[in-house]
Design a protein around this ligand. Structure first.
Ligand code: MF3
Ligand code: CO
Length: 240
């Protein structure tokens, strides 16, 4: 899981550096696929339930599962990169949102609150707490900052498969769900809308967009529950 996590995090960082005006989302997808394969790993998303690419790239009002293509990134775009890599039978899964250029102040706040909500959540990613303690902390932090969390998509256990039990929602009351035990690996992934929480799926069958058309952001790491602080597995020294 550590090896898979490092490769996945490096892929995310590499993609993030490519988030510049004039690049196409397909170019990012190709570069990430090559990088993952160069590490002796497999892009987990490619072919997953028929998904046609190695990365999800979701721009502006797109929250998650945007399909890379001929779209050209422009100054101010809010670009979420979600990537998975399978190495020696284990999966890393992580995401982050990047802005092309400086972006608006509101966009910068959205990105920072989304990232910080992950860290608020994992304060409870410790033995003895329950899954929904994480969920509740994420929701509280996001809503205290005036944004909203998506209900339809959730974080998840991750291991030999990308999606395992338990579900890790970004909302709900504390004190529910399975108790966290050392050795569990889970993907905690706040999906945050600047406006209302409502989403819909585009006709391509994948792209999830906000109904109000306002921007959205995503931040995710694969983490390990230990007997102390959680260990973030999707970290990469080379790129971060
Ligand atoms: N990374 C996403 C998740 O966190 C899954 C991507 S969907 C896929 O669950 F089809 F692209 F793989
Ligand atoms: Co995930």
């Amino acid at each position: 899981m550590r090896r898979a996590g490092k490769i996945t995090a490096a892929a995310r960082a590499m993609a993030g550096k490519m988030v510049t005006a004039g690049v196409t989302t397909r170019e990012i997808d190709r570069a990430v696929k090559s990088f993952i394969e160069s590490q002796g790993a497999v892009p987990t998303f490619l072919g997953y339930n028929g998904y046609p690419a190695s990365v999800c790239i979701s721009v502006n009002e797109e929250l998650i599962h945007g399909i890379p293509g001929k779209r050209v990134l422009r100054d101010g775009d809010v670009v979420s990169i979600d990537v998975g890599a399978t190495k020696d039978g284990f999966v890393g899964d992580c995401a982050a949102t990047f802005i092309v250029g400086n972006g608006t102040e509101a966009a910068r706040k959205l990105v920072e609150v989304t990232r910080q909500s992950f860290f608020e959540g994992i304060k409870y990613a410790r033995e003895g707490y329950r899954v929904s303690d994480i969920s509740h902390a994420v929701q509280q932090f996001v809503e205290a900052n005036g944004f909203s969390v998506c209900r339809e998509y959730v974080g998840h256990g991750v291991g030999a498969k990308m999606h395992e039990e338990p579900e890790v929602p970004n909302y709900g009351p504390a004190g529910h769900g399975p108790r966290l035990v050392r050795g569990m690996t889970i993907a905690v992934e706040p999906m945050v809308n600047m406006g209302a929480a409502a989403i819909r799926v585009l006709d391509d069958g994948w792209t999830v967009v906000t109904q109000d058309g306002k921007p959205a952001a995503h931040y995710e790491n694969t983490i390990l529950i230990t007997d102390g602080d959680p260990e973030i597995l999707t970290v990469s020294e080379e790129y971060l």
